[in-house]
Design a protein around this ligand. Sequence first.
Ligand SMILES: [Zn+2]
Length: 192
Amino acid sequence: MLKEGTTVLPGDKVAISEELQPGEGTYERNGEIIASIVGRFRVDRQRMLAIVEPLAKSPLLLKTGDTAICEVKQLSEAMVIVKILHIAGKKRQIAGEKDAAIHISNISNEFVDDIRKKFKIGDIIRAKIIRVEPAIQLSTKGREYGVIRAYCTNCRNPLIRKNKLLECPSCGRIEERKVADDYGEGNLDRVI
Ligand SMILES: [Zn+2]
């Protein structure tokens, strides 16, 4: 099983079912216990449960320049709406739900004609906070920013990087995203 206290993303394997049963924030699939949320891995030894605790704990002021880890919630023609889950390198976490937006012009240094080719709902991304008031605005311009974990549109398995595209190890589907240079490595606390 994983080391306790490790920060995990949805789809990460935390243990096998011979070791632990799935508890809060996890589920079982093919004999493996998988994280279903972003959080810290814990073991309930009395009940032998694998648990992923949500990161959100106490209030934290967001600042321009902070590196935010977010989940994509909504896509429109010109905007991506995300929920901020974590600020890289900060022990204290943001309280409650914090929504933010990425305008199409702030996605990439290259021209973006279709937002849906760059992000999909459920993706976990790394973005820079470029404005806090009146609404939180983010940017994913630059190679360090973009999707760090994406899920297959067919079967929800985490996609694996293959050259410039992403591939589903389960069903073979190929998808495109605006990925960060360390896609798939789970570096939630990398500060740019
Ligand atoms: Zn798939």
